[in-house]
Design a protein around this ligand. Structure first.
Ligand SMILES: NC(=O)c1ccc[n+]([C@@H]2O[C@H](COP(=O)([O-])OP(=O)(O)OC[C@H]3O[C@@H](n4cnc5c(N)ncnc54)[C@H](O)[C@@H]3O)[C@@H](O)[C@H]2O)c1
Length: 257
């Protein structure tokens, strides 16, 4: 479905990023995987199954030099970038009266600034080399409404939805589609952080929050990264050629729109 396309996947070492990297490779795309740390064994193993079609580059999405290097590397290795899976993010939370400036800066640096400038760099590369493209930003159900304990993260994901709409309007004339995926609760390493923070602030046992949110999903269970990768492939593919500016809920029915 994605043959002769090149994708850049940020946050590729994480739960959802890893599943999307594998799905894009399985669907024929060339892939540049990137994350803040050195290449983890799981990515090395995946890339070995697709010789010549994948590469890993260590980059911090908040660092503009790293972002420039990432896209010049992608263009030099595979000529063009056609797909961006804009996925890197961090989670933190605290009661509103305790949500300090440092937490705000950390979350907005990665989830908003990093997300925007990665998207801009991808779009510049698409305009120059491919004359078309598909950008998929990772939003969240947290971006659909505020939560007492999660104000900065919720606001950062609301910003992702807004930037997705602005970019879709700004890039339509370049034949670049920009959409977002809004997951509900997906079982990934991020949930270790989420669960322990809720345990602290809501006085819960470890694992209690994770269990409760899974049970509350209308489809009855917490999603897996594979529940997101199908949508990520679809939005990148020609099957989605008339879809832009949308944020798709992929959440087992948590948010109705
Ligand atoms: N898991 C969920 O329930 C859930 C729900 C809604 C939205 N999301 C969103 O889905 C996306 C993927 O989340 P996940 O659950 O796979 O999380 P994860 O923590 O497993 O993966 C996130 C990845 O982003 C990377 N990252 C963080 N800061 C970075 C930086 N400065 N530069 C480069 N990489 C950086 C991390 O190293 C990590 O590998 C995120 O945007 C997240 O907000 C997740």
């Amino acid at each position: 479905m994605l043959e002769n396309k090149t994708a850049v996947i940020t946050g590729a070492s994480g739960g959802i990023g890893l599943a999307v990297l594998e799905a894009y490779l399985q669907n024929g795309a060339n892939c540049i995987a990137t994350d803040i740390g050195p290449c983890p064994d799981q990515i090395t193993t995946i890339l070995k199954q697709f010789p010549e079609r994948g590469d890993y580059l260590q980059a911090d999405v908040t660092n503009s030099n790293h972002v420039d290097k990432l896209f010049s590397h992608a263009a030099s290795k595979f000529t063009s970038v056609d797909i961006l899976f804009n996925n890197a993010a961090i989670f933190d939370m605290a009661p509103l009266l305790e949500s300090d400036e440092a937490m705000y800066d950390r979350i907005f640096d990665v989830n908003v600034k990093g997300m925007f400038f990665i998207m801009q760099a991808a779009a510049r590369s698409m305009v120059t080399h491919s004359k078309s493209g598909a950008i998929i930003n990772m939003a969240s159900q947290a971006g659909r409404r505020g939560e007492a304990l999660v104000s900065h993260y919720c606001a950062s994901k609301a910003a992702v939805i807004s930037y997705t709409q602005s970019a879709a309007m700004g890039l339509a004339k370049h034949n670049i589609r920009v959409n977002a995926i809004s997951p509900g609760v997906i079982d990934t390493p991020m949930w270790a952080t989420v669960d322990s923070l809720f345990a602290r602030y809501e006085n819960l046992q470890p694992g209690e929050k994770k269990h409760a949110v899974g049970e509350a999903v209308p489809l009855g269970y917490m999603g897996s990264p594979k529940d997101i990768s199908g949508t990520a492939v679809f939005l990148a593919s020609s099957g989605a050629s008339y879809i832009t500016g949308q944020t798709l809920n992929v959440d087992g029915g948590n948010v109705l729109s």
